[in-house]
Design a protein around this ligand. Sequence first.
Ligand code: SAH
Length: 340
Amino acid sequence: MNSIFGYTLKELEDILVSNGFKKFNATQVFEGIYKRKVNSFDEISNISKELKSFLNSNYILKSLKVLEVLRSDDTDKFLLEVDGGAIECVLMRHDYATSLCISTQIGCNMSCAFCESGRLKKIRNLSTSEIILQVFTIEKLENIRIQNVVIMGIGEPFDNYDNLINALSILTCPKGIDLGSRKITVSTCGLVLKIKEFADLEGQVNLAISLHAPNDELRNKIMPINKAYNIKELLGAIDYYIEKTNRRVTMEYILLDGINDSEECARELATLLKGKLAYVNLIPYNSTSHTEFRRASKNRQDKFYDILYNAGIQVGIRHEMGKNIKGACGQLRASYLEKN
Ligand code: SAH
């Protein structure tokens, strides 16, 4: 049986209609499961016995099992069970909103040198329902309404494109989770063809690019994807996205001590991004025991920031959360796998 959380409203309408039910029944089911968060189809009071029985015999309505929770002041990290593995998501309680960072794959094939997720190869893509169920499970568990979703957990979202796009449709559906598109951010290491496809949707979902280096020589060393799509091609796709959507793109740049944090790198980055509708998010690196990389000092971070700022680039340093609870991509899953 399939999870009911894997269907867009349109898909559910088609299924119900082809089984002799009415199109509006799909809206009733969506509102029951997403808005009232019923525990069983029988609890959806405004649908017929026949429809309840159809749903009961064809679909599963179940949250994901929580394997582990790590809590700190402003950040909680959850390890959730899926078939064949575990995935993590991180809840950040900002003053202004709650954000949930979710995963799209079990493991990742992009092999970025500094990243814990890439060290553990991809086992499989997450299904649409498993992507949705991260948001659903945490909302229900914590009895909260999540206001922002960042798709920056384990995996490369654009390497699981179709399931991602369906999940975005469910997340933003007014009859379902009803999150504003502008409250969602997808982060990619730079799959150029998918960035263009995403641009063609002309949606309002925010795009973030893991850039992390200002030239090909350096980017090739730390991000193998750059050998498939170099910086010029990547920036071309970003220009295309901006042209299509008129939306600002976030450029993520982890500052790695002695690798990409020099003043020269900052100047190169400024030249690269000059005049683009882009915002640079400088990220303090979360060191992991499995890599040699270390975080750039506060002094170097500030210097890097100043160079970009003075060159007229929009820039910020990411406020750090969850450092003491294995907050960085893939760290909780990796430590769980080591223990078990
Ligand atoms: N594959 C996607 C999304 C997942 S990674 C992508 O590459 O964008 C989300 C972000 O976390 C990326 O910018 C990634 O480079 C960064 N990241 C990975 N490991 C990190 C670490 N140890 N410390 C800080 N950021 C890290």
